[in-house]
Write a protein that binds this ligand. Sequence first.
Ligand code: GLU
Length: 469
Amino acid sequence: MTVRVRFAPSPTGMFHVGGARSALQNWIYAKQQGGVFVLRIEDTDAARNKPEWTEGILSALDWIGIERGSYEGPHFQSQYAGEHRAAAARLHESGRAYYCDCTREAVQARTGSQYQGYDGFCRDRGLEPGEGRALRFRTPDEGETVVVDLIRGEPTFENKLIEDFVIARGDGSPVFLLANVVDDMTMGITHVIRAEEHLPNTPKQQLLWDALGVKPPVWAHVPVVVNEKRQKLSKRRDKVALEAYRDEGYLAAAMRNYLMLLGWAPSGDREIVPWSVIEEEFRLAEVNPSPAFFDEKKLRAFNGEYIRALPVEEFVEVCRPWLTGTGTIAPPPWQPEEFDADAFAAVAPLAQTRIAVLSEIVPNVDFLFLASPLIDEAAWAKAMKEGSAELLDAATAAFEALESWDAETLKSTLEAVGAERGLKLGKAQAPVRVAVTGRTVGLPLFESLEVLGRERTLSRLRAARVRLV
Ligand code: GLU
């Protein structure tokens, strides 16, 4: 039997990091089993679906390494409406489902509670299909439904506690629960690896598989992803969109490595490992069923390590979208013609060790490309102390007189200027740095000045001096 897994997102919003994690787990499982990964877009909620979200899913999957053309699909749930209806009809014909015309209010009036499930009122009324009549599944009165779950063992549900649930609405349209099962059947899915939040649906869905006469799949419900307060990651409260991380400058390799560590770890106390190791060592059965903490700080640290591990030419290359602005990445504050690729290449190794996400490249190098630096007023106030004007005058004069414009000479020159005023190098640097770059922190100062060049450095020092008058 060929293993067939599927990833079945609904195109109702940005692509959730938890979804990316499930997709990767499906992907690796299929690969390990010599199986097939199927992508199915569950687009039947017409009110919430948008085509651009589907494109977002496809491109987010591409980014994370599940590339178009290397999997089966995308299939679209909406194209299988005929199969969904046929299955509903079969369940009715075989007596496994019945029509029901109870309103919610009537059920509540009978059961006395809005929390009580359906009471089976229409079970034996033999209603014909009709406008406003929902189709309900007749759940068995006794026995248990045992779900075989690779992560959770065998969660067992008592059938008598499962209400006769709706499988098609009053307008005849099948509900998600049924459509999802019918699609998995139609597509020959053998393993359903999906988020834990679907576990309450699983006994109902397994009953549907049984009633439709097909062997149910093996399940694996991967743990929910939570924030630092142990709350389920929510798109209203937390940063959950994979696209947001991508646009901030997380590397796909760091992201997918981190996502796979949510509830699992490779052997030997390692966390940052090549993807090939994860593909080889990952075991679905080893995934911890408890909620997995999505630690953005840790992800950042991971990303920093991945950035530092890049060959510098590659680092230059991956920075490009933030230096030029492309697609959904905002353009930088300088004009395209102000960008100087050679100057960037010269400071790139210095920047590479200092940033944790690629978007941070912009504030680190903007002084090189802007006609005048963006002055951070708080930084200015902090750096410009009594005596700064004189220091800047002395530094300007000393720099002007230099024959050689290199980092080492610039450093020893400013060191001497500071020493004359009883200032350590750190103190002497601060006003020069803010004058030239607009900030108090950034790339090593003297290398920056070397790349910025004599003319621009001197004119910025003079401009700062004027500002201080
Ligand atoms: N479309 C469902 C979702 O996005 C997935 C259901 C499933 O994986 O079975 O949550």
